[in-house]
Design a protein around this ligand. Structure first.
Ligand code: OOB
Length: 570
């Protein structure tokens, strides 16, 4: 395994295989098997489109053949920035079959983020859509292409403008490959099953092996720029299978994707991919708006949906105003950020479905409250690890075990938690212990029954209702402004989003205000959710004992100011 993609040591590989976590499956093989078992069943529903398993399987082959024709090969990275449209699944399964790696971007990402991930991953191609939610991705793609010379192809779903048409890339004929893909063929050289495609007799064109990296996810970021998270077929498929079990999914399940499907939560917890693994149907919503989602739940008879806490609040308010429940929805998953206990208690009586709290991370570990847990566990905790092989530690500041039940740093290791970020050895040395535990940066405590309660965060990140903002990334952008001598971004409490961001600025120029800095960040192509919600101009930063900026004190300052302002208003 290349050093760019840190992998588990042999003893753990053996352990996870022997325990039956890693079964040698690949995504290409998984889809082929599902299409063979129930080809006529709906796999994806989006707008007026309904795609069966057999169609998805065929589309993936046709697109894989077309992408191969463009020169995209096993191991190549391809930035995928698509919203909740059925073609997202054609694209990712086509890339999985080729063994090329989707690098998942979110629809809200803009030039700064896409340029960063395309250059960091040395991507060959960028696949996006023409327009969506009022934004023209073709213009963004042109800007990105101009800044990232290595990017050879831009493919656009819909009207491609100056770029390549994604639709026209699908091969009309699949060169003698259908029926010849053996989903679980044993690759004797490595003793693992692999996804082998024989294109011409005698010229085997091997797909990825189960231990290969399947894709790269973006981390929330804390220090420096966001890192890329390499997930293998083996580890991710295990997380899907186990998530589907914990969430009781089967062939009759209908999953409503109201969050952007490229994010790890709606993708895999159990998300769209877990639903496909279980043979169910994925219904794609364009937004989380109750006007769209409530009728869609009824029409498609959705059984499970996933939201972030602010969206849960919107749904609760809308249900109250309309005098409706979410019937026939059975399970509402809430995760990505802390869900307040008061709001959690309202879900069952007001929405008529079971709440499941989900505390996960793109790096791996996912905790769920179980559907049959006591109500106090469901509303008062963030659940427990999904796998019996997940190892969880709660440590004090000196890396010693914290006293039982007290708050400490959460670390984890397990069969679907990465051992390191892609191409980031220095960062990995800080984010992982020598024996491979990932330092989540979360502060948590464990209840006597073994459930986790998230109590805060040690990492320098802001969780804006589930959208993660690495403060250093934004501070560096601000430092590029001539009027900014120094910048420190901290979270401030917010009733709706949980947290918003406040930038404290040491200014060189009293005439430069928040509006100018806001539009400066926008011009630099930063995603809107990363732009500070508030700017405070001060003369000096409070310091810690060792002379670092005391973000703790800045947080206290802005919280006090907010209270004062609220007092003045009321
Ligand atoms: C999910 O993944 P990421 O990578 O966007 O963010 C992970 C971080 C966690 O380290 C934690 O700080 C926070 O998001 N978080 C929560 C939470 N769920 C995530 N904090 C409090 N309560 C929760 N329930 O956000 C993610 C990935 C898979 C499943 C669910 C969420």
């Amino acid at each position: 395994m290349s050093e760019d993609y840190p992998y588990w040591p042999d003893e753990f590989v053996r352990k996870y295989r022997e325990a039956g976590c890693w079964r040698g499956e690949t995504f290409g093989g998984m889809l082929r098997e599902r299409a063979a078992a129930h080809g006529d069943r709906s796999a994806i529903v989006g707008g007026e489109e309904r795609v069966t398993y057999a169609e998805l399987d065929l589309n993936a082959d046709r697109l894989a053949a077309g992408l191969k024709g463009l020169g995209i090969r096993k191991g190549d990275r391809v930035v995928v920035q698509l919203p909740n449209v059925p073609v997202f699944f054609d694209v990712i399964f086509a890339l999985f079959r080729l063994g090329a790696l989707p690098v998942f971007a979110l629809p809200l990402h803009r030039r700064s983020e896409i340029v960063h991930i395309a250059s960091y991953s040395e991507a060959e191609a960028y696949i996006t859509i023409d327009k969506y939610a009022g934004f023209d991705y073709r213009t963004l793609a042109s800007e990105v292409k101009a800044e990232v010379p290595g990017l050879r192809h831009v493919l656009v779903a819909g009207n491609p403008g100056d770029h390549l048409s994604l639709e026209e890339t699908y091969a009309h004929e699949i060169p003698a490959i259908r029926g010849k893909l053996h989903p679980l063929q044993v690759d004797r050289s490595e003793g693992q099953a692999s996804d082998v495609r024989e294109e011409q007799p005698g010229t085997p064109d091997a797909g990825p092996a189960p231990g290969d990296t399947a894709f790269l996810q973006l981390s929330g970021g804390s220090t420096g720029l966001p890192k890329l998270i390499p997930r293998t077929h083996d580890d991710y498929i295990y997380s899907l299978r186990r998530s589907a079990e914990v969430c009781g999914l089967d062939g009759g399940s209908v999953y409503l994707a109201a969050l952007p499907v490229a994010h790890n939560f709606p993708l895999s917890s159990p998300g769209a991919l877990g639903t496909l693994y279980a043979g169910g149907t994925v219904v794609l919503a364009r937004s989380g708006s109750p006007d769209e989602v409530f009728p869609l739940i009824r029409k498609e008879k959705c059984t499970i949906a996933a939201v972030v806490p602010p969206l849960a609040l919107v749904w609760l308010e809308a249900a109250k105003t309309r005098g409706e429940t979410l019937h026939p929805l059975q399970v509402l998953q809430v995760g990505g950020a802390k869900f307040s206990e008061e709001a959690a208690k309202r879900v069952k009586p007001e929405l008529g479905c079971t709440l499941q709290q989900v505390f996960g991370m793109a790096e791996g570990l996912v905790n769920y409250t179980r559907l049959d847990d006591a109500e106090s566990v469901i509303t008062g905790t963030q659940g427990r690890p999904m796998s019996p092989l997940d190892e969880v530690l709660i440590l004090d500041d000196e890396d010693r075990p914290a006293a039982p039940g007290t708050i400490g740093h959460l670390l984890t290791r397990g069969p679907y938690t990465i051992r390191g970020y892609y191409k980031a050895p220095e960062h990995n040395a800080r984010s992982f212990t020598p024996d491979g535990f990932y330092r989540t940066g979360d502060l948590a405590r464990m209840t006597p029954e073994g459930n986790l309660v998230v109590e805060g965060r040690a990492k320098d990140q802001i969780n804006r209702g589930g959208d993660k903002v690495g403060t250093e990334e934004v501070e560096n952008h601000l430092l590029a402004h001539s009027a900014v001598r120094d910048a420190a971004i901290v979270s401030m409490p917010d009733e709706f989003l949980g947290e918003r961001s406040c930038a404290f600025i040491l200014s060189r120029d009293p005439h430069t205000g928040g509006d100018e800095l806001r539009s400066f960040l926008r011009r630099r192509g930063l995603a809107a959710y990363k732009i500070p919600d508030r700017f405070e101009f001060i003369d000096s930063f409070p310091q810690t004992g060792v002379g670092k900026v005391s973000k703790k004190e800045l947080r206290q300052r802005i919280a006090a100011l907010l209270l004062e302002e609220a007092g003045v208003k009321s």
